[in-house]
Ligand binder design. Structure first.
Ligand code: S3P
Length: 175
């Protein structure tokens, strides 16, 4: 049985906070993919986007997944665009159950409002529209990739973790 979990989903759906808690609860290691990319590149995600562009960032993301996807007994919090390259999902699925976190656009807007500089793709005068546009485009990618989908809109992190635990036991009973 797969004993690693990959958290996917749009920016602001809580992958990092929930991932840390989930890892703690299950006694698993925690890996944040964006941090691995930053370590390799020697600079922050916004700097990678600014200096090298999104395509280069996606290449680094593919490489990071390649290095990490085979790990057992870990929770991996992925960046929101991980689904854009199917090879990432293919690699993650070897050892991970893929859990997709979702939230309503208004909730996402509120959650990302505190960190304007950290998400280059949301650097827009009309962030709400940008979120809606990206969400709409990506929805089929998230749906296709996910083994389990969890709506986080009305929940705090411990609430989301509980939902994931329930969904995982249901999922495993049918596996
Ligand atoms: C991105 C999401 C970010 C980060 C990068 C691109 C995306 O991660 O990987 O800015 O394409 O959705 P978070 O989802 O952790 O914010």
């Amino acid at each position: 049985m797969k004993n690693s979990i990959a958290l996917i989903g749009f920016m602001g759906t809580g992958k990092t906070v929930v991932g840390k808690l989930l890892a703690e609860k299950f006694g698993k290691g925690f890996i944040e993919l964006d941090m691995e990319i930053e370590k390799t590149a020697g600079k922050s995600i916004p700097d990678i986007f600014r200096d090298d562009g999104e395509i280069h960032f996606r290449d680094l993301e593919i490489e990071a997944v390649k290095q990490i996807a085979g790990k057992k007994n870990v929770v991996i919090a992925c960046g929101g665009g991980i689904v854009l390259n199917m090879v990432n999902i293919f690699r993650l699925k070897q050892e991970c159950v893929i859990v997709c976190l979702t939230a309503a656009p208004e909730v996402i807007l509120q959650r990302v409002s505190g960190d304007k500089d950290n998400r280059p793709l949301l650097a827009s005068a009309d962030r709400k529209n940008k979120i809606k546009e990206l969400l709409e485009f990506r929805l089929p990618f998230y749906d296709r990739a996910a083994d389990i989908t969890i709506d986080t809109s009305g929940n705090d992190a411990p609430g989301v973790v509980q939902k994931i635990i329930n969904a995982l036991s249901e999922y495993e009973s049918h596996d």
